[in-house]
Design a protein around this ligand. Structure first.
Ligand code: FAD
Ligand code: NAP
Length: 318
């Protein structure tokens, strides 16, 4: 029986692991289906993590985090969790995709969120063959070539800036005439000679052949005019979905209270409606979706989990 199971190894999960083990919990396992680091490892530029003065990539930012956590005894299991339930009594059951399961006194859900698709023709067909959600991973393939970026939030604009360093031209396609991104980022984008905003416009079709993408058709919303952009690369940054699947029970209900958008409802101590179950990072309500906030949530949740597990042990409850 684990003292604590942490689901997800992004900034929230890793920080929860650091605080839980350093704070005295002994059997703490972080279940992460991929490499630890989380979605920020897809970012090419991070300049708002306190204490890191230079602009670094997400990969560079996260590189040392696992090492620091493991030093205090956190165990990392590379496994996908399919469900967290509470079949009987006070303890939790963590079911893994290989069919095995493990018990835990307390759980912190840190499963984050996943990049969304924009929904235009050909997006799925060409995904990984010209359509991408990761400029750091795929930008280099389009060195000195023209690319398109879809979206008007922080991610789209920051990645457009990154791509502008590699590519000859970046079309920035946004469905409104105003960007959602931070004003300072918008300023940098507008000042960049290689970025061409295409506003009030939506992507309708990406096309190509077995070799990959050769162009993107974009519709001007007001006139209905179709622009044919001769780009071999299309980067989609239109937001993300909350990864709440592990909390779904066999009968379709959720283990704890959720918001109407599928985020986990927590209080200021990251406690869910279920005692001993915590949620941290992008998966929780009102998440600012920032690395520093996810990390803070993780620490906060771990402090609560330590107190909860100590209480169970003292009272010999689980
Ligand atoms: P995530 O980072 O999403 O981590 C969740 C982890 O859980 C993942 O590693 C995933 O593999 C794992 N997981 C999910 N489901 C399961 C399961 N069932 N079993 C096992 N493991 C599972 N924030 C900033 O502060 N500054 C920035 O400059 C910035 N830039 C960004 C750029 C991009 C391109 C993106 C996409 C995001 C950016 N963000 C930035 C936001 C930031 O990355 C997130 O807010 C932060 O990573 C959230 O951390 P998290 O730990 O909650 O979740
Ligand atoms: P986001 O803020 O939700 O922006 C998504 C963008 O995509 C919006 O501009 C939206 O248009 C557009 N969009 C959505 N669906 C679309 C569709 N089907 N077709 C075309 N366009 C579509 O997502 P994000 O940029 O990934 O950011 C997510 C969170 O992470 C935000 O809270 C953000 O602040 C944070 N983040 C922060 C930083 C940073 O602080 N440096 C960096 C990256 C991300 P509308 O504007 O019209 O809705």
């Amino acid at each position: 029986m684990l003292d604590l199971a942490i689901i997800g190894g992004g900034p929230a999960g890793l920080t929860a692991g650091l605080y839980a083990t350093r704070g005295g919990l002994e059997e703490v396992v972080m279940f992460e289906k991929g490499m630890p680091g989380g979605q920020i490892t897809q970012s090419s530029e991070v300049e708002n993590y306190p204490g890191i003065v230079d602009i670094v990539s997400g990969m560079e930012l996260m590189q040392e985090w696992p090492k620091q956590c493991m030093r205090f005894g956190l165990k990392h299991e590379m496994a996908e969790v399919v469900r967290v339930s509470r079949p009987e009594g006070l303890c939790y059951k963590i079911e893994l995709s290989d069919g095995s399961s493990v018990g835990a006194k307390s759980v912190i859900v840190c499963t984050g969120s996943t990049p969304r698709r924009a929904g235009f023709d050909g997006e799925e067909k060409f995904f990984g063959r010209g359509v991408s959600t990761c400029a750091t991973c795929d930008g280099f393939f389009y060195r000195d070539k023209e690319v398109a970026v879809i979206g008007g939030g922080d991610t789209a604009l920051e990645e457009a800036l990154f791509l502008a360093k590699i590519c000859s031209k970046v079309y920035l396609i946004h469905r409104r005439d105003e960007f959602r991104a931070a004003p300072s980022t918008v300023e940098r984008v507008m000042a960049n000679e290689k970025i061409f905003p295409v506003l009030n416009s939506v992507p309708v079709e990406v096309y190509g052949d077995e070799m990959g993408v050769s162009g993107l058709k974009v519709k001007k919303k007001e006139s209905g005019e179709i622009l044919d952009l001769p780009v071999p690369g299309v980067f989609v940054f239109v937001g993300s979905d909350v990864n709440n699947g592990v909390l779904k029970q066999e009968d379709g209900s959720f283990l704890c209270d959720m918001s109407e958008w599928g985020e986990v409802v927590v209080d200021l101590a990251m406690r869910t409606s279920e005692e001993g179950l915590f949620a941290a990072g992008d998966v929780r309500i009102m998440a600012p979706k920032q690395v520093v906030c996810a990390a803070g949530d993780g620490a906060n949740a771990a402090i609560g989990a330590i107190a909860y597990v100590e209480h169970l042990k003292r009272e010999k409850l689980c």
